[in-house]
Design a protein around this ligand. Structure first.
Ligand code: ATP
Ligand code: MG
Length: 474
C-alpha cells in the first residue's frame, strides 16, 4: 500500500486489527527507508554504546515518524531498558531531569538527546500476562480522583513503553540491533492513512494528560493529518479540561503550536475544538464579538503572516508573537480602561497588559519577562507612529526596537502604515548602527531559545538528507 503522505511505507495488511490487540509488526531494514545516515551521529553513537553494553536501544517517537514521512526530525529521542542510574554511569555527558518521570539528557555541543527508560503499563494488573523479569519497578503511577496522572515512574518493557505513548504514529521504534522498525500499536497504518489516533481510549488518554489534546492538534496541523473521528469527539467534549494542565507547560505548548509554521491551521483547530476558549476565555469572547460591526480577524491574519515568514526562514521571539496576536485585543482593552477613568495612554496600556497576564495566569502562564517585552513592543508602536518623534536615535538603539519595528512592518496594511515603515527604514539607513545593537532586541526580550527549549535544535550545518526527501513524490 502506498500513500501520498508516507510514500515509503509499502506494507499490505489484510485486516487491520484494532489498536488494543494489534500484534507486534517488525519491518526489516530492507523494507523501510530509514538508514543510520538519517539519524544524528550522536544519536547513533549513543544507541551503539547502549547496545554494546547489553541494553536494548531504540530511536523512538517523533524522529521515526518524521523520517518515514520524509521530514527532518526536530530532535532524537531514545528508549532503553537501562535505568536512569545506569545511564548516568554509561554517559559522562548525562544529566538526569524530570520529576514526574526521570529522563536522561545527553548533552552534546550541538544537540541534546533525550533517553528514557522504557515506561511500564498503567497498573501491574492491566498486563498480568507480561513476565515480571527484566522490569525494574519504581514507585508506581499516581492519578488524581479525576484520572489525571500526577506521578508516573514505573519502568517496563518495550511494548508497554510504546503503549504508554500518546498517538499511534508517535510509538514507532527503530531498533539499532538489526535496524528494523517495530510497530506495536498500528502506527504505520495510521501514518499511511494520515490519521492522528490516541493509543487506547481517547477519553481516558486525554483525561490522563490534557496536553495531549494540544499535541493532537499540533501534529494534525503540522503533518496535514486528520484527527480520527472518535478522538475528535472526545477532544471537543473534554476541551475544558485543558485548563487543568500546568500553566507553564501550557504556555510552552501554545508557543510550539503557534510557531510550528502551521500556526493558523492550529488556531482554527483550537477554536473549533473549544480548546482556545478553555485557555483564553476572555480573548475568545472578544474574538466572537465585533467592534464597530467589524469582526476581529487580526489574530488569524497575524498567524498567516507568521507562518509565511517562518516558511521563509525567519524566527519570532515570544514577545513579538504575542504582540502580533494580542495587540489588537490589548489596544481595545486599554482604550476601554482610558474611557473609564483618568489613565494616560501609557498607563492604560500597562494596566491592560497587567490585567491580561493576570487573567491568563491560571491557564497559560506568560513569563513576566515575556509580558514586559510584549508591552515594550506595543508601547513602541505609539512611538513609531510619530516621525521623527522625540529622540529617534535613542529609540532605535533600544533593545526592543528591532521587535517593535518588525511588529509595525508586519501589521502595516494602510498606506499611512506603509509610509511610516518607509520613513523608519530610511532613518535606519541614514543612521547605521552596529548590527548587534538592533538584533539584541530579540534575545533580551525573551527569544524562544532563551525561554524554552531544554532541547536544542540540531545544527543546520549538520542537516542530513531524510529518506523521503530523496526525490520522493511528496
Ligand atoms: P516533535 O519533537 O516533532 O515536536 P515528538 O513526537 O518527538 O514531536 P516530543 O515532545 O519530542 O514529541 O516527545 C517524544 C515522544 O514522547 C512522542 O513522540 C511520544 O511518543 C512521547 N510523548 C511526548 N509527550 C507525551 C505525552 N504527553 N503523553 C504520552 N506520550 C508522550
Ligand atoms: Mg521529538
Amino acid at each position: 500500500m502506498k500513500c501520498e503522505k508516507c510514500p515509503f511505507v509499502f506494507f499490505e495488511f489484510d485486516a487491520l486489527p484494532t489498536v488494543t490487540n494489534f500484534p507486534q509488526i517488525i519491518i526489516p531494514r530492507a523494507d523501510h527507508p530509514i538508514s543510520r545516515r538519517n539519524l544524528s551521529d550522536n544519536a547513533v553513537r549513543a544507541l551503539y554504546r547502549l547496545r554494546d553494553n547489553g541494553f536494548l536501544a531504540f530511536a523512538v517517537g517523533g524522529c521515526v515518524r518524521d523520517l518515514l514521512l520524509g521530514r527532518e526530525p526536530k530532535d532524537f529521542d531514545l528508549a532503553t531498558n537501562a535505568t536512569p542510574a545506569q545511564l548516568k554511569k554509561l554517559f559522562r555527558n548525562c544529566r538526569l531531569v524530570g520529576r514526574r518521570f526521570r529522563l536522561a539528557h545527553l548533552h552534546y555541543r550541538e544537540e541534546i538527546i533525550e533517553v528514557a527508560t522504557f515506561r511500564g503499563a498503567a497498573t501491574v494488573e492491566e498486563l498480568p500476562e507480561l513476565p515480571a523479569e527484566g522490569r525494574s519497578r519504581g514507585p508506581s503511577i499516581v492519578k488524581d480522583d479525576g484520572g489525571m496522572i500526577l506521578r508516573d515512574n514505573l519502568f517496563g518493557t518495550p511494548e508497554e513503553d510504546a503503549r504508554r505513548r500518546d498517538f499511534t504514529v508517535n510509538a514507532l521504534c527503530y531498533n539499532i540491533v538489526d535496524f528494523s522498525i517495530i510497530d506495536y500499536v498500528g502506527g504505520l497504518d495510521d501514518l499511511q492513512q494520515g490519521i492522528i489516533r490516541t493509543i487506547g481510549d481517547p477519553a481516558v488518554r486525554f483525561v490522563e494528560d490534557p496536553v495531549r489534546m494540544l499535541r493532537a492538534i499540533r501534529f494534525a496541523a503540522l503533518l496535514g493529518f486528520e484527527i480520527e473521528a472518535e478522538n475528535w469527539r472526545s477532544l471537543v467534549e473534554l476541551s475544558p479540561l485543558c485548563a487543568n494542565a500546568a500553566p507553564p507547560r501550557l504556555y510552552e505548548e501554545m508557543l510550539k503550536l503557534l510557531l510550528s509554521g502551521e500556526g493558523e491551521r492550529c488556531y482554527q483547530l483550537l477554536r473549533r475544538s473549544g480548546v482556545f476558549a478553555a485557555l483564553f476565555p476572555a480573548v475568545n469572547s472578544w474574538l466572537e464579538s465585533e467592534t464597530d460591526l467589524f469582526p476581529h480577524v487580526r489574530f488569524g491574519r497575524a498567524l498567516e503572516v507568521v507562518d509565511s515568514r517562518i516558511a521563509a526562514g525567519e524566527s519570532f521571539s515570544p514577545p513579538l508573537l504575542l504582540a502580533l496576536l494580542f495587540g489588537e485585543y490589548l489596544e481595545e482593552l486599554a482604550a476601554t480602561l482610558r474611557r473609564s477613568g483618568g489613565f494616560s495612554p501609557q498607563e492604560a496600556l500597562d494596566a491592560a497588559v497587567a490585567r491580561f497576564a493576570e487573567e491568563l495566569a491560571p491557564t497559560v502562564l506568560i513569563p513576566h519577562k515575556v509580558a514586559l517585552g510584549m508591552r515594550g513592543i506595543l508601547t513602541g508602536q505609539r512611538r513609531l507612529s510619530v516621525t521623527p518623534g522625540r529622540r529617534p536615535l535613542s529609540f532605535i538603539t533600544r533593545p526592543d526596537f528591532g521587535d517593535a519595528f518588525r511588529c509595525l512592518q508586519l501589521t502595516a496594511e494602510s498606506p499611512e502604515g506603509k509610509k511610516l515603515c518607509a520613513w523608519w527604514s530610511d532613518y535606519l539607513v541614514a543612521n547605521p548602527l552596529p548590527p548587534a545593537t538592533i538584533l539584541q532586541g530579540a534575545s533580551e526580550s525573551g527569544s524562544p531559545e532563551a525561554d524554552s527549549p531544554k532541547r536544542k535544535r540540531r545544527n543546520r550545518h549538520r542537516r542530513r538528507r531524510s529518506p523521503g526527501a530523496e526525490g520522493s513524490p511528496q
